[in-house]
Design a protein around this ligand. Structure first.
Ligand SMILES: [Zn+2]
Ligand SMILES: [Zn+2]
Length: 337
């Protein structure tokens, strides 16, 4: 099979020919129809996340067709449309797993980081962490739901009941989460890089009541702010935009250092927290909700061989919505073995 390989941090991805992986007991083999390109992939390429498997096939927003079953898989069937998310394994025995917080599992393993992912024609995954895809979504449409959507949804939950919600960084996750937030009746304020008129008008099209530069203050105080951009200077900026008792949620897996700030902007029960990974329950809840309200991702398709260009475009911030690698030859379920 064709795969785009990361040999070492800082190196460009390389097209390689690999054997199609065999599903071990408990695993499925998936023919990849599409795989989303996430900001986390850039952090791995840049060496900002420790100890990735190397060489590595990136990609943790995989939508495709079940192609073969390993021994003792009875929850999924050959030919079924499935999604493979970031959470690839949990131990089920540690304290976090016992408390229903498998996203914090001590032994968790992640797709496209410690396990080969979806920048390839085929991928294997532990069947217990895969999701059946809702009807009405092409693979290209479904791929961004698997991280930008699912982890974005967890982030939104942790932002609490906030009516006035700020979104800092208007990329793949924010453009999905605004659709959920609007459905829930919240008012969304979108913040983007200074002068990025394109993102700001995109946010307004999706129903933001206000869109502006990330260092500008919003016209009203916010009840919560979600920071999707990996930029630590946004934390004090967002705190300054918050009403009393408000929360800043940092949604990314990596962020540049947060500058020191006066206690006064945290005072009055303002709160800063992070979000890590997802639970399977987050994923299931989000997919049900997305299908019910008709969440639609805006996608920019790239061929598998152009994965490096997709990462470069993401880094430059020139993609509206989500970049997705699409395998046009793998869309037809009827040819299933
Ligand atoms: Zn991701
Ligand atoms: Zn665990």
């Amino acid at each position: 099979m064709k795969a785009m390989i990361l040999d070492a941090a800082g190196r460009p991805l390389r097209l390689a020919s690999l054997p199609v992986p065999k599903p071990a007991p408990g695993q499925i083999l998936v023919r990849v129809g599409a795989c989303g390109v996430c900001r986390t992939d850039l952090h791995i390429v840049d060496g900002e996340l420790a100890n990735p498997k190397l060489p590595l096939v990136l990609g943790h927003e995989i939508a495709g067709t079940v192609w073969a079953l390993g021994a003792s898989v009875n929850t999924l069937a050959i030919g079924q449309r499935v999604g493979i998310p970031w959470l690839g394994f949990t131990c089920g025995r540690c304290r976090s797993c016992g408390e229903g917080r498998e996203n914090l599992c001590d032994q968790a393993r992640f797709t496209g980081y410690q396990i080969d992912g979806g920048y390839a024609e085929y991928a294997v995954a532990d069947a217990r962490y895969c999701f059946g895809l809702p009807e009405g979504y092409s693979f290209q449409q479904a791929a961004p739901l698997l991280c930008a959507g699912m982890i974005g949804y967890r982030t939104l939950r942790l932002a609490g009941e906030a009516n006035r919600l700020g979104l800092y960084g208007f990329g793949a996750a924010a453009h999905i989460i605004i659709q959920i937030a609007r459905y829930q009746g919240r008012q969304v304020y979108a913040f983007s890089r200074p002068g990025d008129e394109k993102s700001q008008s995109f946010a307004r099209e999706l129903g933001a009541v206000w869109a502006g530069d990330c260092l500008a203050g919003p016209p009203e105080e916010l009840d919560a702010a979600i920071i999707f951009a990996p930029v630590g200077t946004l934390v004090p900026a967002a705190l300054r935009a918050l009403a009393k008792g408000g929360t800043v949620v940092c949604a990314g897996i990596h962020m540049s250092d947060i500058p020191s700030f006066p206690y006064e902007i945290l005072w009055q029960e303002r709160c800063v927290r992070s979000v890590a990974n997802l639970t399977r329950q987050d994923g299931e809840e989000f997919l049900r909700l997305a299908a019910r309200i008709g969440v639609r991702a805006k996608t920019a398709p790239f061929a598998l061989e152009r994965a490096q260009q997709a990462l470069d475009a993401l880094r430059q911030g020139i993609i509206d919505g989500a970049a997705v690698l699409v395998m046009p030859q793998n869309q037809d379920v009827s040819k299933c073995a």
